[in-house]
Structures are given as structure tokens and as C-alpha cells.
Design a protein around this ligand. Structure first.
Ligand code: NAD
Length: 558
């Protein structure tokens, strides 16, 4: 389960690699160059995969096969999961990291192909090509309605100047367009990294561009980026292209803007719901081009990602070299093995704090105590950030994108080390604060027998497994609290697993000071239940914190 080291001789013919999704046969040829003969077994269910993975060293997937915690736990020899493509939403990266399994992707293989699709959609929009084709085949020969617009001299606004956005911008320059770009990472930069293009604010870009193309990831901050208000602020007659991710654009608002004539056309390779449901407002419009998420679908891109992943996985297995690892920074195998049980703890601490604070977390102060202070704690920092940032989103915050998302959200992580962990062998202590320290909470945790526990919350010493649902209360320190909360829980059919109640030690016996309660509940409580708790006269504040499913101790399945 630990990735091999460069200093370990590995006989390639002993390595077992499973290719789980349809992949170009070139991947097998590349593996053969390294003396590895992969097994191809596509279309397996989770149960079938669980039954098959013992003794397997590498799993290769595209997006169909899900590499779940169960699969990873059953794969006792697994060193690497290779994703031929970019998104790793189908791989449980936290579970992989806990088990010392490297997850790697091929971030660049699709770039040119996807950029070319965006350009193709732009040209098609400008010249009504899909509609012209449809009408010609249907025997309609009406040229006037198909009068298009020339690209040369028009302004192309590129939102997101990352890998794909940069290629699109450069192609736009090549087509003789004025290209402006917006990307928050370049805020403050004087010049654009793409020659012949200029940087602009989002508002200016939208107000002045004839074509607007999106190349940003889907984050909380980019969901509905092109909202009804922003569409209304676009240049009249503009055309919009989304070949990035569904959910970036208010699709109903685009349909309305097309209907009113404010926008002249729109092209989508990606939609919030794929395929689009019946009655989707964009389907059936002549001024809209829709393609079925084919941005990365070219022979070259499929070939590139297959070749890239085969090289990367073979090098990892034979040389211990982890290119494009998305979960673990290159820490030593011994640090990774030591840290494994603490990764879940750190992630759950992040989840707890994100839900405990009133407002977004802006500052995290983490202290790694005990032997942890001597280890390479970068994976712990990433697990903590992933927990804070991933809460409440349905997209994959992973160890690679967490620092970037943290920066984008203005979240700072300050780290400290203490050799002495007090009563514990190792302790992680994290204080989280909102902007300007308006709200601030602390949680400390450790691992007992490979099981994570919260041992302190704010000033209260506790012993809580960070899993399931937790009712957190601030309440008057009066008799009857447990009884009345227990009655309400019982009436709602909710079973209490554990209760921790107390008065923070810093209250110093002040009778008016607030007490705190942490009640672990088996099932998810309803909003109505929470409202009835808040109605209790002694409750000052109550919230439900969702910590996630029960944690299998790392390494228990191997
Ligand atoms: P990338 O990470 O290299 O670039 C994304 C850029 O977006 C970054 O520079 C980031 O700073 C910027 N960004 C983030 N928030 C922004 C905001 N609010 N406004 C403007 N810019 C913002 O990613 P990439 O490889 O260029 O991919 C871009 C998108 O294309 C991703 O969403 C990816 O999933 C998608 N994609 C789609 C297909 C397809 O099949 N249609 C194929 C590949 C990639």
C-alpha cells in the first residue's frame, strides 16, 4: 500500500495494473515498454471491483469507474490510482491518501482539444453553421436569415486565463480578434501572459465583448458566475460560449436574453444538468448550439491522456516518481504511513469549523503537536483545507486544488509546531476565525488506536468521534437541559450516541455564562427539529454540524 521507493528494486512482471475504463490501446503499449502487462476489465460494479482488487498495484480509470473508499480498502497492494483526464471526482482522494495511495491525473492532455472546441463553437455561432446545415439538408435555401458576423476585429472576452483559456486567447489573436481576458489570479498584474491580449475586470469584459467564452472551474465562487444580472450587463448582441463546466451560467436567463434579443447567440458544450431535461429552455432554439460535453473528445486528447497516464503510473511503480499527483505532496513513504490516520481527523476538523463559524472561515491557525511536529505535515494542512473548503459543495475539493481555492477565498493557514502534546502523544489544534476575527472557534483532536477523536472544543474537554451529525448548542446553564433536549430528540425519533455538556473553564464560575452542548445523533435531524430546539427558552443558539460517515480506521482492511 505504500508507494514504492526509488531505492527499491521492483520486477515489472510482478506488477498488476488494472485498466478499468475504455482507454486507448496505446496505454497497454506504453506499459509494455516498461515490461508491465496490464489487465483490462472495464464496466465493473463497485462489488466486482472490490472482489478483484486484492494484489493489484495500480488502477487506471477515466470518469466511469468510481474508486470508492471500499475499493481502496480492499486493494491491499494498491500504490496508485491513475485518472486518464483531469477531474478526480470519481476517486476518493482522502481515502486514497489515508491508505498511502497516490492519485494522479493528466492535466494537460485535453487542453488544446478543448480550446479548439470553444473556437469551433465561436465560429459556428458567428456563421450559424449548425442551423445552415440543418436547413440545407431540409431543403431550405434561405441565405438572408443566415447572415453572420465576421470575427476579425471583434472583441473576444476570455473568462479564466488558465491552461485552456490561454490557448483560446492565443487562437483569438490569430483570428485577428481583440482579445481581453479576466482572471482573479492575475489581479494586479500589469500585462497579460498571452501576447497580444489585455487584462480587464469582469464588468468591463462583459460590457464590451462581442464574444464571451468561459474557461473557469466550477467553484462556489464561480457557480452562476454568468448570472441574470451579468447577462443584462453584457454588450447587446453579444454571443456566449461555455465549454468549461455546467453551473457557471444561468441557462434560463440566457434563454430569456436570447428571446428578448439582448444576446445574439449562445453555445454550450456543458450544461448544469447533462443531458438536458425535457423542456430545457435552450433546447430547440435556433440561436443556440448544444454539444454533448465533447470538449475533450478528440482522438489526440484520448491518446494523450492514455499515453500520459501509462507513463506516469509505470514511473511511479518502478521509480517511485509521482508526476501530477493530486492527493499527496511528495512526502516520504514513512511520513505518509505515520500521518495516514491523522488525515481524516484533520479533514473532519476542517468540516466542523466551517460549519461552526458564523460566516466564511478566513484564517486557520493549526498547531501540530507531539511527534507530528517532526513530520512533513503538508498532507495534514491539505486535509484541513479540504475539510473547510469542501463543506457544502458538491464538487471535488482535493489536495491539489485546495490551496488554490483557499487563496481565491482569502483563506489563510498559519502553521505552528509544538514538540510537547501535553497529555497526548500527538495532537492537532486548530483555531478558525472569520474576517477580522468576528467569530472564532477552536477544536483539538488526536487519534486513539487509529480512530480519530475530538478532545477539545473551545474551552471544553470532550471525547467525540468526528462522525455523523452533531447538535451544537449554546445554552443557559440551568437544570433540565439534557432532559428537555432528550425529550425533543426522542419525539423526533432521533437516537443520541453521545452527549458532552459543560461550561467553558474560562467562564470562571460566572452563573450567567453560557454553557455548551455537543450531542451526537444517529440520523440527520430535520429543520423542524432544529427550529423546535431553538424555541426552547434556555437555548441561546443551536446548529447542526454534519461531520460525515463513520470512519473506517486507516489500514484496517489491508
Ligand atoms: P485551469 O485550472 O488551468 O484554469 C482555470 C482558470 O480559471 C484559473 O486560471 C483560475 O484562476 C481561473 N478562475 C477561477 N475563478 C475565476 C473567476 N471567478 N473568474 C475568472 N477566472 C477564474 O483549468 P483549465 O484546464 O483551463 O480548464 C478550464 C475549465 O474547462 C475547467 O472547468 C475544466 O473542467 C473545463 N474543461 C472542460 C472540458 C469539456 O469537455 N468541455 C474539457 C476539459 C476541461
Amino acid at each position: 500500500m505504500i508507494p514504492p521507493r526509488a531505492d527499491t528494486e521492483v520486477a515489472p512482471e510482478t506488477l498488476r495494473v488494472l485498466i478499468c475504463d475504455d482507454l486507448s490501446p496505446e496505454a497497454a503499449r506504453v506499459f509494455a515498454e516498461y515490461g508491465i502487462k496490464p489487465e483490462i476489465c472495464t464496466g465493473l460494479s463497485e462489488d466486482e471491483l472490490v472482489a478483484k482488487v486484492a494484489g493489484v498495484h495500480a488502477l487506471i480509470v477515466r470518469s466511469a469507474t468510481k474508486i470508492t473508499r471500499r475499493v481502496i480498502a480492499a486493494a491491499d497492494s494498491l500504490a496508485v490510482v491513475g485518472r486518464a483526464g483531469v477531474g478526480v471526482d470519481n476517486v476518493d482522494c482522502v481515502a486514497a491518501t489515508e491508505h498511502g495511495v497516490v492519485v494522479m491525473n493528466t492535466p494537460t492532455g485535453n487542453t488544446t482539444t478543448t480550446a479548439e472546441l470553444a473556437i469551433a463553437l465561436m465560429v459556428s455561432l458567428a456563421r450559424h453553421i449548425p442551423r445552415a446545415d440543418r436547413e440545407t439538408r431540409a431543403g431550405i435555401w434561405k441565405k438572408k436569415a443566415l447572415t453572420g458576423t465576421q470575427l476579425t476585429g471583434k472583441q473576444l472576452g476570455v473568462i479564466g486565463l488558465g491552461r485552456i483559456g490561454r490557448v483560446v486567447a492565443a487562437r483569438g489573436v490569430g483570428l485577428g480578434m481583440q482579445v481581453v481576458a479576466h482572471d482573479p489570479y492575475l489581479a494586479g498584474a500589469e500585462t497579460s501572459p498571452v501576447e497580444g491580449t489585455t487584462l480587464a475586470s469582469l464588468d468591463d469584459l462583459l460590457a464590451t465583448s462581442d464574444f464571451v467564452t468561459l474557461h473557469v472551474p466550477i467553484l462556489d465562487s464561480t457557480r452562476n458566475l454568468i448570472s441574470a444580472e451579468r447577462i443584462a450587463a453584457m454588450k447587446p448582441g453579444a454571443r456566449l460560449i461555455n465549454a468549461a463546466r455546467g453551473g457557471l451560467v444561468d441557462e434560463a436567463a440566457v434563454a430569456a436574453a436570447l428571446e428578448s434579443g439582448h444576446l445574439a447567440g449562445a453555445a454550450f458544450d456543458v450544461l448544469a444538468e447533462e443531458p438536458p431535461p425535457a423542456g430545457h429552455p435552450l433546447v430547440g432554439r435556433d440561436d443556440v448550439i448544444l454539444t454533448p460535453h465533447i470538449g475533450a473528445s478528440s482522438n489526440e486528447a484520448q491518446l494523450n491522456v492514455a499515453i500520459d497516464i501509462a507513463h506516469q503510473v509505470a514511473r511511479l511503480l518502478l521509480e517511485g516518481r509521482a508526476d501530477n499527483a493530486v492527493n499527496a505532496p511528495a512526502v516520504s513513504a514513512s511520513d505518509l504511513a505515520f500521518l495516514a490516520p491523522y488525515l481524516n481527523l484533520a479533514e473532519r476538523m476542517g468540516r466542523y469549523l466551517a460549519q461552526r463559524l458564523d460566516g466564511p472561515v478566513r484564517k486557520l491557525e493549526a498547531t501540530w503537536e507531539g511527534e507530528l511536529s517532526e513530520r512533513d505535515t503538508r498532507p495534514l494542512a491539505l486535509a484541513l483545507l479540504s475539510g473547510v473548503l469542501g463543506h457544502g459543495t458538491d464538487r471535488g475539493v482535493n489536495f491539489v486544488n485546495a490551496p488554490a481555492i483557499a487563496e481565491e477565498r482569502g483563506l489563510r493557514l498559519l502553521e505552528g509546531r509544538e514538540a510537547d502534546a501535553g497529555a497526548f502523544q500527538n495532537l492537532i489544534k486548530v483555531r478558525a476565525s472569520t474576517q477580522g476575527g468576528g467569530d472564532s472557534h477552536l477544536v483539538a483532536g488526536t487519534v486513539f488506536g487509529r480512530r480519530p477523536r475530538f478532545v477539545r472544543i473551545d474551552d471544553l474537554h470532550v471525547d467525540l468521534a468526528p462522525e455523523g451529525h452533531m447538535l451544537v448548542t449554546d445554552h443557559d446553564d440551568v437544570p433540565g437541559v439534557v432532559g428537555r433536549l432528550g425529550t425533543l430528540l426522542g419525539q423526533s425519533g432521533l437516537n443520541i450516541r453521545r452527549i458532552e455538556l459543560g461550561k467553558p473553564s474560562r467562564s470562571g464560575g460566572d452563573p450567567g455564562a453560557c454553557a455548551q452542548g455537543f450531542l451526537q445523533i444517529d440520523a440527520q435531524p430535520s429543520e423542524a427539529f432544529l427550529a423546535s430546539v431553538r424555541d426552547l427558552d434556555f437555548i441561546r443558539e443551536a446548529r447542526i454540524v454534519h461531520l460525515g460517515p463513520s470512519i473506517e480506521p486507516a489500514g484496517s482492511a489491508s
